[in-house]
Design a protein around this ligand. Structure first.
Ligand SMILES: Nc1nc2c(ncn2[C@@H]2O[C@H](COP(=O)(O)OP(=O)(O)O)[C@@H](O)[C@H]2O)c(=O)[nH]1
Ligand SMILES: [Mg+2]
Length: 328
């Protein structure tokens, strides 16, 4: 038995240490590690359980870590196994999203039924996306029931996360006055549930207002085929006081049950698999331009068009032809 086969077996036997090692393997940039990672993923694909994959986004300070801790504790209390991953392309600069505030998830990180993995220090979103997607597969193989994928509200990371989860939660803080916090329309459109956090104490009335503002805004969006009546919806929670979390979980389950019954759940996963397959092919093609031979061809073509000896499309076709010839 090879090491990879052994690791696959340990993973399927739900050994946490094996999961940590497997994720380290998919995060590695070394060519031999990548090969082992591919073999591992191929071996565990289709085994294990189908977890509920939940994306969670929100700007810094809105209460993501506090929410994950309280929500995760509630789920483990129900006997569910919960994995927490992060997509944070800025983590190299900001010092890590989950790791930075591990103190806020202290209880959850000690739970035997929980697994928390901070974002690797990689700045490239593409790399983080692949690693997270593959980590989700590994978590499912290791029998986790719920996989939470946290992302900070920057750039394209929400779109990336929504392409790898079944449900997308947007966490907001109560707004002062009547501004809609400048939440981008694109993010509103991918949210399945908006949770207005910090609905407690002095912030309660502001939270109530914010929640009704967003309920109104959601009703104005175009109806999506994957939603039953009443979704997407906004609701209030208090991660700190542990309020509304059970109600939120019930809504998530109601939505997932409906989507399963109506074929949307599987259809979405299929579409996601197709999408990432296409992305990987493109990525592989791009990587072929990074070899020394390809770089030389590119340089040569660039010189030719710059000097007016030929036009860009012709020079490009010549490079592509020579690249595919040099492959076989
Ligand atoms: N009042 C109140 N404060 C909260 C709540 N959730 C989080 N906070 C506070 O908001 C701050 C930021 O929380 P954190 O979880 O670190 O936010 P993150 O940056 O989104 O991960 C901390 O001081 C938390 O104690 C809540 O439900 N109610
Ligand atoms: Mg945090």
């Amino acid at each position: 038995m090879t090491d990879t086969e052994k690791l696959a077996d340990q993973l399927l036997a739900q050994e946490r240490r094996a999961l940590a090692r497997a994720i380290t393997l998919v995060e590695s940039g070394r060519a031999d590690h990548r090969e082992a990672a591919q073999a591992l993923l191929d071996r565990v694909a289709g085994h294990g359980k189908q977890a509920i994959r939940i994306g969670l986004s929100g700007t810094p300070g809105v209460g993501k870590s506090t929410f994950i801790e309280a929500f995760g504790m509630m789920l483990t209390g129900m006997g569910l196994r919960v994995a927490v991953l992060a997509v944070d392309p800025s983590s190299a600069r900001s010092g890590g999203s989950i790791l930075g505030d591990k103190t806020r998830m202290e209880r959850l990180s000690r739970e035997p039924g929980a697994f928390i993995r901070p974002s690797p220090s990689q700045t490239h979103l593409g790399g983080v996306a692949r690693r997270t997607r593959e980590a989700v597969t590994l978590c499912e193989a290791a029998g986790f029931n719920v996989v939470l994928i946290e992302t900070v509200g920057v750039g394209q990371s929400e779109t990336v996360v929504s392409e790898m989860c079944d449900l997308f939660l947007l966490l907001l803080a109560p707004a002062g006055g009547d501004e809609l916090q400048g939440v981008k329309r694109g993010i509103m459109e991918i949210a399945d549930l908006i949770l207005v956090n910090k609905a407690d104490g002095e912030l309660k009335s502001a939270a109530t207002r914010t929640c009704s503002d967003y309920s109104g805004a959601l009703r104005l969006l175009r109806k999506r085929p994957q939603d039953p009546e009443g979704f997407p919806k906004a609701m209030m929670v208090s991660a700190l006081q542990d309020e509304g979390l059970k109600a939120a979980w019930d809504e998530m389950n109601a939505l997932i049950d409906w989507r399963r019954e109506n074929g949307h759940f599987d259809a979405r996963r299929e579409a996601q698999a197709r999408y990432w397959f296409g992305e990987e092919v493109k990525r592989g093609l791009m990587a072929q331009l990074e070899t020394p031979e390809a770089r030389a061809l590119m340089e040569e073509g660039a010189e030719d068009v710059a000097a007016g000896r030929t036009v860009p499309s012709v020079a490009a076709q010549s490079v592509l032809d020579r690249l595919s010839v040099s492959k076989d």
